[in-house]
Design a protein around this ligand. Sequence first.
Ligand code: PGA
Length: 272
Amino acid sequence: MTAIVGAAIEVARDAADAARLAADVVADTVRARPDAVIGFATGRTPRALYAQLARRVARRELDLRGIRVVALDEYVGVAPDDPRSFAAYLDAHVIRPLHIDPRRVSLLDGSAASDEVLAERCRAYDRLLDAAGVDLQIVGIGRNGHIGFSEPGTPFETATHLARLTEATRRDNADAFGGDPRRVPERALTQGPATIARARTILLVASGDGKADAVAAAFDGPIDPACPASLLQRHPRVRAVLDPAAATGLSRRGRGVTPDRSAPTTPRKADR
Ligand code: PGA
């Protein structure tokens, strides 16, 4: 690991090291609060992290049964029992391998409904997250700088919402849909930038040179909705775990720009 002094960005030696570092962030969260509320991202990148957590759980080094799991996003028009849904992803990569009681899981439901019903589900989800208080939100980053499915241009004050996916995002997510971007849903429900920013700690994971420009824009560029992840520069507790390829665009300034880990945090509702 290359520790960057004064910054919360860690550049791992390789993919396995990145998974271990990210798993340490989850383990630290749970050590401090065994009933932590943790938001789990989907996508390719966090899979190695979840596999690492599953190994620690299997070896009884880590007990995650007390946590509460919340989702980051979900496709619209894809039922939770559809294998392409993020509900199915979380079941396969998080809930079952980490031995989490499904009653401790809150998902976004994007299955068939009117836009009014979908909008009400988003509002209800924000109320739920607000009441629970998210301790740790895990996010990936899109090649276009999105976090969750909050695409470029989404105002930072946007809460959980019905998002229209860009063509680039549909291309990047085509694998699960037979490789055909046209079969990827056009819309999704997603925590908004404002929702994500309410988490006490945000853990961003990124790997591969395809993410280097987005990572540089997020931590080195202007804080601007054109790069939704740039909002993280304003958050008091961000941990970013990158593999060397994802970190190549980051200048020294970018490595130092993230806030100090010791910065004060917003207390959970229950603490106030
Ligand atoms: P990926 O997705 O991990 O599959 O690259 C990340 C994202 O789009 O947020």
